[in-house]
Ligand binder design. Structure first.
Ligand code: ATP
Ligand code: MG
Length: 224
C-alpha cells in the first residue's frame, strides 16, 4: 500500500484499472460523481498511468482482459471489467459489488446465414465453435448437452466460419452490424453483458475509508 508521509499527512493512494475505449469513456461520468477527473485521455496520451485531479487517485490503462488480474493482485485497488471478462477470469480475489450498467451488449451464438443450427443441434452433430470466451461457450453448450470442439481465438471471431475454421462462433453483439456485414446470424442468446466495478478484497479492508466513498458515489450515479 502506497502512503504519503510528507508534511504529516497519511493519505492512502488509490489505483483504478481501466481499459481505454468504451470502458474508459463510460466510466468517466461515474468517476466525476466521485469527484475524480483524469487529467489526460488515454486515446491521445501514450501514458499508461494517468493522474487525476485528486492527488491520491490515479488510473492505470490496461487491456480489458487484464483489468481483473491487476485488481486480483492488488496492483490496482478497483477496476471496471465486463461480465464476459470476469467469467473468463474466474473472479478470484475480487469483489464485484456493483453492476455499473455500462458497455452493455449480449453474448450470442452466431452461424453463417443458411446454416441450419437448430437442425444440427437436433441431429446431435459435433459443432466446431470458435470464441475468445471459451469458458462461457463451454458452459453454455454443456448445459444444453451439445457436443462442441472449442477453438480459442483472440479477436475477429466473425472470420472463423467464413474461412472454414468453425461452424459457429460465440461473441458479443450490440447492434448486430458486424454479424450482418459478414453474413452471419445470431441464433442463440447466452447472456446479457454489462460492466461491473471490481474491488481487491484486501484493499477494501485496508483502504475502506477512502474506497467506500468512491464505491458509494458510483452506486449513486448508476441509480440515476
Ligand atoms: P480489445 O478491443 O483490446 O481486443 P476488448 O474487445 O475486450 O479488447 P473493448 O472492445 O474495449 O475491449 O471491450 C471492453 C468490454 O466492453 C468488453 O469486455 C465487453 O464487456 C464490452 N463490449 C464489447 N463489445 C461491445 C459492444 N459492441 N457494445 C457494448 N459493449 C461491448
Ligand atoms: Mg473490442
Amino acid at each position: 500500500m502506497a502512503v504519503c508521509l510528507s508534511a504529516g499527512c497519511l493519505v492512502t493512494t488509490i489505483t483504478i484499472a481501466l481499459s481505454k475505449g468504451r470502458i474508459f469513456d463510460e466510466t468517466l461520468p461515474l468517476l466525476a460523481a466521485a469527484g475524480i477527473v483524469p487529467t489526460e485521455n488515454p486515446e491521445t496520451s501514450r501514458k499508461l498511468i494517468i493522474e487525476t485531479n485528486q492527488p491520491h487517485v490515479r488510473v492505470v490503462i490496461v487491456r480489458a482482459t487484464d483489468v481483473p488480474t491487476y485488481v486480483q493482485y492488488g496492483a490496482a485497488d478497483i477496476g471496471v471489467a465486463g461480465k464476459d471478462v470476469l467469467i473468463e477470469h474466474g473472479g478470484e480475489g475480487l469483489y464485484a459489488p456493483l453492476d455499473l450498467e455500462i458497455a452493455k451488449c449480449r453474448m450470442m451464438v452466431a452461424v453463417p446465414e443458411g446454416f441450419d443450427y437448430a437442425n444440427a443441434v437436433r441431429q446431435g452433430a459435433r459443432l466446431k465453435v470458435a470464441s475468445k470466451y471459451v469458458k462461457t461457450a463451454r458452459e453454455h453448450f454443456a448445459s444444453k448437452g451439445v457436443h462442441v470442439d472449442l477453438i480459442k481465438l483472440y479477436g475477429s471471431m466473425e472470420l472463423a466460419p467464413l474461412a472454414g475454421l468453425s461452424d459457429a462462433i460465440v461473441d458479443l453483439v450490440s447492434t448486430g452490424g458486424t454479424l450482418k456485414a459478414n453474413k452471419l446470424v445470431a441464433v442463440e442468446h447466452i447472456m446479457d453483458i454489462s460492466s461491473r466495478l471490481v474491488v481487491n478484497q484486501a484493499s477494501l479492508k485496508v483502504k475502506r475509508e477512502t474506497l467506500q466513498p468512491i464505491i458509494d458515489a458510483f452506486a449513486g450515479a448508476v441509480e440515476k
